[in-house]
Design a protein around this ligand. Structure first.
Ligand SMILES: Nc1ncnc2c1ncn2[C@@H]1O[C@H](COP(=O)(O)OP(=O)(O)OP(=O)(O)O)[C@@H](O)[C@H]1O
Ligand SMILES: [Mg+2]
Length: 278
């Protein structure tokens, strides 16, 4: 006989519209009693025999800001794909807190469950205002209710205003998102992720194509998010990484080559040889 729990499990795994279903895993808080909010253990991913990740071990503490650097092809983006459920590893385990097995959840459930990812090409709605974009991001959870009423409660409005301040777009709240500069669009997308109150935020090459001033603003923004959120930043711009770095992880050929402060990894002969030497 199928139990209710088994039935739910099957639904969660197999249904395209799984976002319409409850995810019991997330009804209880993420268990970070031992420190880490993310446990990536012995993860390997092969593409046609090529190991993009090779026994990768990575632990991210709750509230930490972690920078991940490493040469092209080191596996940085693949690592994010694994955490967010886009790519399934061949071996290994990935846990969100101590209890939640991310390998059992769909990409959508992971996103909704508190792991937000910022893609390089922002997925903002250009024809809507900055405010409306944030409004839409609020509504994602309560889609049906919102569509029926088109009304936000006071708490939601407060949250939008708070996020507008955080991302530095208060003055642009009524501008069309399409009119924003490249950097401002990136911050709006970060703001849309923040509307979902993610516990973990993954950002891949956030400052590519930004002006110096925009890079600085992005550094302040990401730094300000740490503590409340755990933030994982992948970036090649070393000046930027240096400006925000606490703990830095260097990936190389799908594994961790070195980990430590920026000074420690920059002076590590193995890191200099494979990445920072040029
Ligand atoms: N879907 C895929 N199919 C085949 N090979 C892939 C796929 N995704 C990634 N790879 C390969 O896996 C390796 C790791 O790629 P990944 O994108 O994770 O590197 P990266 O560290 O993000 O590099 P970059 O700094 O250039 O963004 C590369 O050799 C890449 O070509
Ligand atoms: Mg990449």
């Amino acid at each position: 006989m199928t139990t209710l729990a088994q039935f739910r499990e099957t639904w969660r795994r197999d249904r395209v519209f799984d976002f319409m279903l409850p995810t019991p895993e997330f009804e209880r808080p993420v268990d970070t009693r031992h420190g880490p909010i993310l446990y990536v253990e012995d993860v390997s991913v092969s593409f046609d025999g090529f190991k993009a990740l090779n026994n990768l071990n990575l632990y991210i503490d709750d509230g930490e800001l972690r920078c991940i650097i490493g040469p092209n092809g080191a596996g940085k983006t693949t690592m994010m794909d694994v955490i967010t459920g886009k790519t399934r590893p061949d071996t290994g385990s990935v846990y969100f807190g101590q209890r939640i097995d991310l390998l059992k959840l769909s990409e959508h459930q992971i996103a909704r469950g508190g792991i937000g990812r910022k893609f390089q090409k922002p997925t903002i709605f250009e024809a809507l205002s900055v405010y409306e974009n944030l409004e839409l991001a609020t509504a994602a959870d309560k889609r049906v209710w919102y569509t029926l009423t088109r009304q936000l409660n006071g708490e939601q409005r407060d949250r939008i205003n708070e996020v507008l301040i955080q991302i530095g777009l208060v003055d642009k709240r009524h501008s069309n998102a399409g009119e924003l500069s490249h950097g401002q669009k990136q911050w709006l997308e970060i703001g849309m992720l923040l509307m979902q109150n993610p516990r973990v935020l993954l950002v891949d090459e956030p400052v590519a194509g930004m002006t110096g001033e925009e890079v600085e603003h992005t550094a302040n923004l990401l730094t300000s998010l740490a503590g409340k959120h755990s933030v994982i930043v992948v970036e090649h711009d070393m000046a930027f990484v240096r400006s925000i770095a606490r703990k830095v992880t260097v990936l190389h050929q799908g594994s961790v080559l070195a980990e430590g402060t920026m000074d420690q990894v920059q002076n590590d002969p193995r890191v200099i040889e494979v990445y920072l030497g040029e």
